[in-house]
Ligand binder design. Sequence first.
Ligand code: HAM
Length: 411
Amino acid sequence: MNDILPGEVETWQFLEREAHRIFQLYGFAEIRVPVVEKTELFCRSIGETTDIVEKEMYTFEDRSSNSLTLRPEGTAPVMRAFIEHKMHALDPISKLYYLGPMFRYERPQKGRYRQFHQIGAEAIGVDDPMMDAQVLAMLCHYFEAVGIDSVELHVNSLGCRECRPQYRKALTAYLENRLQSLCADCQRRYQTNPLRVLDCKVPTCQEATTDAPSVLDLLCSDCDVHFKQVQQYLQKLGISYTINARMVRGLDYYTKTTFEMVTSQLGSQNAVAAGGRYDGLIQDLGGPALPGIGFAMGVERLVLMKGEQGVDAPRPDVFLAALGDAAGDEAFALMHRLQHLGLRAEMAFTGKSLKAQMRRAGKLNARYVVILGEEELASGEAQLRDMDNKDQQPVSLAGIEQALADKCRLC
Ligand code: HAM
């Protein structure tokens, strides 16, 4: 679990600002849900035999013996809220997004933490493949907007409740002859959740399953047509993608389209964003039979990818350097008025020498410095220094707020 300090937080704020801006272009509205839910919600939605539910949840009993869990992801809580507030009665189509911390007891490493943050989006109520393409287009638009281009979109289809059992059967039969070559985890997964074997990072498991049957060969005609149409819409929008039939995802609620935005920059934590369709989930949780599709991005991974080209802290527009008590009082009131005009204004709160104050202005990287001493107070003219070109001009104290506001709107 990490502290996010000034210097890094600016990149976080930028990533969050762009999420609000881009997602709202697509008609998504923000939803905020609690960080704890009943444990049962995650068991039922993510799946009892997934890594998340089996070994990664922060689960505890409260004082009334309710089993609660710190949310490991955002989709299940958003669906719980959607159902609880009967949001479908207001509008059969809900497009929601969320930002916030998630918790998984994983082995920490670069790009993988126990408290991490997701920015996610969920589109509920439309089963048309056009919505799949729309959600993917929004995800790609976001990556363009934040200037992260070393990512690739991988897509797959996991079929539906009709065709997935057939694939599971074919895969189980295939794995049966290779059990000896699989790691202990995969030997267990073979029984409980065989699709997860394809996602194992252990090299011997990957080698043993190179020619495993492809889920795409066993899709029913409905899923097959859906996946082809998603691809046609992506092509129509000029969105490039790679089909990755081995992508199985770590949560059980997916149906049909699944996808990941992957990078080679983060070692084994290669998914910067991931998601898919979950057409049976809302009904399984006791809600109406409505389809849904969405994704979540890992903010820490986005920040790592922004890396060196992180976002600078905003520089102060003006620093007020005052000499003497009377000038200090005047500068204090002027700073207050400038802040209310929308300018980032700062001053030194202790009576330091002009040299020390100029050093502080330089350290803060202020755009302008106003120098105000007893002489300036008497003459009604302060000195205004442009810190970028070192030009210094007298400026009337009567018009100084307007002069600074005009200059700073241009800078
Ligand atoms: P997920 O693949 O479990 O999907 O997580 C989505 C993203 O969260 C990952 O691609 C990764 O960037 C980030 N992430 C996951 N675990 C960690 C971690 N321990 N440390 C840092 N980052 C992490 C979901 O959570 C689904 N709810 C996505 C979704 C939304 N599907 C449909 N709608």
